[in-house]
Unconditional design. Structure first.
Ligand SMILES: [Zn+2]
Length: 319
């Protein structure tokens, strides 16, 4: 069966709904079709311990189109073929009467790669791997942790045109615009943990939570050599998400990797970001370049270029 770009995008969109909630699993989306190409089921993996996307799509078909016969399953990641916290998806596929499976990327664990194909073929179900860059992107954090034991690390820092991260008083929060805060908010919704250095907690006192929908699965991480942190800081006192404290960034990432965290976002400060780069722990760097110039002034008096007409520029580099 041929899939349109719109169909592939729909499957990816379903998968993205799970981002930030599925650790230690990756986000996955699935769609089920009749032999004539009618979509009769959709699903995604909501969180670990719950149904995988394939099982959700099969259940959706049973609810909405009980009389339609399922023929082809499209799934953003190769189905699992070994039981974990839930049964193997290949078993559910075999039971459902599906004839054909197309997956957009293979299992990043070399031991399982293309295992689903062999298991399903033994039961007369054909499999296709339709390579898709967006689907690979989606499981990149999971793939890194499976291969290295460490989470995928994105560093995000806001900077002025004259290269200042923060002023002499460390007021970094005055740098980004409202629009940038929206972009950061979305990024925060996609990750498993947000990490900052002790200075950021002392000077900026951020909540590190998304301004949008609350994500109870998000964990906040503070790296502090001394461990001397203000108890009144929002990350400890707001009674919201869990906050972990580590004395070293590598130890923090190693422990988070062991606990199944796939994607960690570091929001500064510059000292912690530098330390992560020096140790080769950064996978992706996002600089938000703000159209402001501080010079030697206080950041609150920063001069705005273009009288507010210019927007922040988001530059993303991948290691
Ligand atoms: Zn599965």
């Amino acid at each position: 069966m041929e899939f349109s770009t719109a169909t592939l995008n729909r499957a990816l969109e379903l998968a993205r709904r799970g981002e930030g909630h599925t650790r230690p699993n990756p986000p996955v989306g699935a769609m089920l079709f009749t032999a004539r190409g009618k979509c009769i089921g959709e699903g995604y993996h909501h969180r670990a311990g719950e149904n995988h996307a394939e099982v959700e799509a099969i259940a959706d078909r049973q609810r909405r189109f009980p009389k339609c016969r399922p023929d082809t399953l499209l799934v953003t990641l190769e189905p699992c073929s070994k039981p974990g916290r839930v049964g193997a998806c290949t078993d559910a596929i075999i039971r459902s009467g599906i004839k054909h499976v197309t997956y957009l990327c293979t299992d990043p664990n070399p031991k399982n790669r293309n295992r689903a194909r062999r298991v399903l073929a033994a039961c007369g179900i054909s499999c296709d791997h339709l390579p898709c860059i967006e689907a690979e992107e989606l499981i990149k954090p999971f793939a890194k942790r499976v291969k290295t034991g460490l989470p995928y690390v994105t560093v995000k820092l806001a900077m002025t045109l004259d290269g200042k991260f923060a002023d002499n008083w460390g007021d970094g929060k005055w740098i980004s615009s409202e629009e940038s805060r929206v972009v950061t908010g979305r990024l925060r919704e996609r990750v498993d943990a947000i990490m900052v250095g002790a200075e950021t907690v002392r000077k900026d006192d951020p909540s590190l939570l998304s301004h949008g929908k609350p994500n109870p699965d998000l964990v906040r991480v503070v790296v502090s050599r001394s461990g001397k942190l203000p108890k009144k800081a929002q990350v400890f006192a707001d009674g919201q998400n869990q906050t972990l404290v580590f004395d070293d960034p590598r130890v923090a990432l190693t422990e988070l990797g062991k606990a199944g965290f796939n994607h960690v976002l570091c929001e500064g400060g510059a000292g912690l970001a530098t330390s992560l780069v020096e140790q080769g722990l950064v996978d992706e760097w996002l600089t938000v370049l703000c159209p402001k110039v501080i010079g030697n002034r206080h950041i609150r008096d920063a001069a705005l270029l273009g009288a507010g007409k210019l927007k922040d520029l988001h530059i993303c580099l991948r290691a």
